[in-house]
Ligand binder design. Structure first.
Ligand code: 5IU
Length: 274
């Protein structure tokens, strides 16, 4: 069996990481593998979107550095809405510096990311030290959100001419295997990592795949973004589909979000029924 064919509740029960367990349970409870990419430039729009679409999503993805008035109100608002609607928050910060700098960007700083983002992502372009740096912060005894924070590796990108391919992508998989205390999966367009139980530990290696570039009715735009439908993404190995403009620029974003949710969930059910 491949992990892609296992239902979320089975994966929740067997996963070693508490954030992955929580994510799978939310997906199952809400029947949603939808992530909204909320690229808004002010706090009011961001929070309004989270409140409106919250019931239909598993994860709310942010770019905090886009929000011109980001501050206490943003942090408190996001956390409150995450609790109200039962979703996780994913800050798509794409950490890519040296480990020591990334620790400061993650914990503290202007955006206080570690205080409110359940999930962040990192690119090990400069080697695995940066992943170790985040794991150090997350698993520190004194860190107040220990066991409530996790990391995705940026293994692939959806843009035309992406350099995140081949050897780089494979190296991400190797690093993830070494850093299971922090890493729960990848931002990628296909299932990555082995899907068999480890013969030594018999633990099921289960990396969760988050896929961007999801849009029901567009195939691309002028800045290189390349889209696929929710169904195609899930068929291709995606566990959580991420959609932004396809939803929030539509005429009725609630109805559109419901449609993406339904499509993503139907594709998941079809895949796990195999
Ligand atoms: N995003 C991508 N492609 C990637 C990665 C991240 O589009 O490979 I990694 C982000 C950028 C944006 C969102 O925040 O996902 C996609 O938004 P649209 O659905 O509006 O294109």
């Amino acid at each position: 069996t491949s992990k892609s064919t296992l239902p979320y509740h089975t994966r929740a029960a067997s996963h070693q990481h508490p954030v992955a367990q929580k994510l799978f349970r939310i997906a199952e409870q809400k029947k949603s593998n939808l992530v909204i990419s909320a690229d808004f430039s002010d706090t009011d729009s961001l929070l309004e979107c989270a409140d409106e679409l919250g019931p239909y999503i598993a994860v709310f993805k942010t770019h905090a550095d886009i929000v011109h008035d980001f501050g206490e109100r943003t942090v408190v608002g996001l956390k409150k809405l995450a609790a109200k609607h039962n979703f996780l928050i994913f800050e798509d910060r794409k950490f890519v510096d040296i480990g020591s700098t990334v620790q400061k960007q993650y914990h503290g700083g202007a955006l206080r990311i570690s205080e409110w983002a359940d999930i962040v992502n990192v690119s090990p372009l400069g080697g695995e030290g940066v992943v170790e740096a985040l794991e150090q912060v997350i698993s520190n005894e004194a860190f107040p959100y220990r066991d409530e924070r996790a990391v995705l590796l940026l293994a692939e990108m959806t843009t035309a001419g992406s350099l995140a391919t081949g050897q780089y992508t494979q190296k991400c998989v190797e690093i993830a295997k070494q850093r299971c205390g922090a890493v729960i999966g990848f931002v990628a367009t296909e299932a990555l990592g082995t899907s068999k139980a480890d013969p030594n530990t018999s633990a099921y290696e289960d990396f969760i795949i988050f896929t961007t570039g999801v849009n029901c009715c567009q195939s691309g735009n002028i800045l290189g973004q390349q889209y696929q439908t929710p169904e195609a993404a899930v068929k291709g190995g995606s566990d959580f589909i991420i959609a932004g403009r396809g939803i929030y620029t539509s005429e009725n974003r609630v109805e559109t979000a419901k449609q993406y949710q339904r499509e993503g969930w139907n594709a998941y059910e079809a895949r796990t029924a195999l």
